[in-house]
Design a protein around this ligand. Sequence first.
Ligand code: ZN
Length: 278
Amino acid sequence: MQRKRFVLVMASALGALSCGGTSPARAGIAPEDARVAAAVSALRGIFAEAALADAAGPDTAGAIEAAIRAAPDRFFELVAAAAAESAAEGGLLAIVDKASALPPDYEPGDLVSLNDYPLAATRKDLRIRKAVAEAALRMDAAARADGVRLQFASAYRSYEYQDGLFKRYAASYGEEEASRFSARPGKSQHQLGTAFDFAPIDDGFAETKAGAWTKDNAARFGFSMSYPEGMEPITGYVWESWHFRYVTRAGAALEREYFGGVQRYMLEFLAAYGKAAP
Ligand SMILES: [Zn+2]
C-alpha cells in the first residue's frame, strides 16, 4: 500500500514537469522567460535552506543559475527527458538521504536478479530495478571493450537488511561514526533499487582500473557517484568511490553540465521544479 502511494507521488510530481499550468502567454510573459523564472525560483528555494546554503558555499546557486541561463534549451530538454524516464519506470529519481526516508515496506515492483544478466557479481542474490540492470549491462559491455572488468558487490537492500547492516556498524564504530558511511534503515539509496556498490567496497576501489573507469565513464550510462570525495557536508557521507546510483542518462548529463556534478542538487531541483513548473 505504502509502496504504491510513494510511487504515485513521485510520478505525479515529476509528471507535472511536462504539464501546462497557467498559460505564460495569457499572463503576458514570454514562455521562455516563464520557464527560466520557474526554474530559478525552484533553485533559489533549495539553497534558501540554511544548512545546505552553508555547506554549498555562497557561489553555488549563482553558478547553477548562470549555467541554466547560458543554455536553457539544453537544460529543459534534459529535465524533460530525465523526468519522462523516471515517470515511465515508476519513479527512479526520488530523493533518499538522511532527511528523506522510504517507508519500511517500500520495495520496488520491478526488481530483477543479476543472475539473469551476464554481469559479474560477488554474490548470488543481488537484485536491482529492471531499467538499472539494463543500463548496467550497457555500461559493463563498454567497460569490457576497454579491458575493464566490473564486479557488482551490492544492489537492492531491503529496509530490514539495511537495519541489520547499520546496527552491526554501530556496534563496532558507534552510531555517529557509523552514520558517516552507512545509511540508517529507510534512508539508503539501495532500498530504492537504483544503486550499486562495486567490488572492492573500500577506498581501494578508487585505485583499481574499474574505479578509474567508472569515475570517468559511468555518467554516459546514467550512473552518478552519489558521495564524491570531500563532499560530506553536502551528501552526508564520506567519499564512497564504489557507490553509484542510476539517475537516467539525461539526469547524469544534467548533473554534470548544470549542477557541478552534485547529485543531491540535481535531485532536489527536480523535486522542487516538479511542483513549481509553469
Ligand atoms: Zn552503496
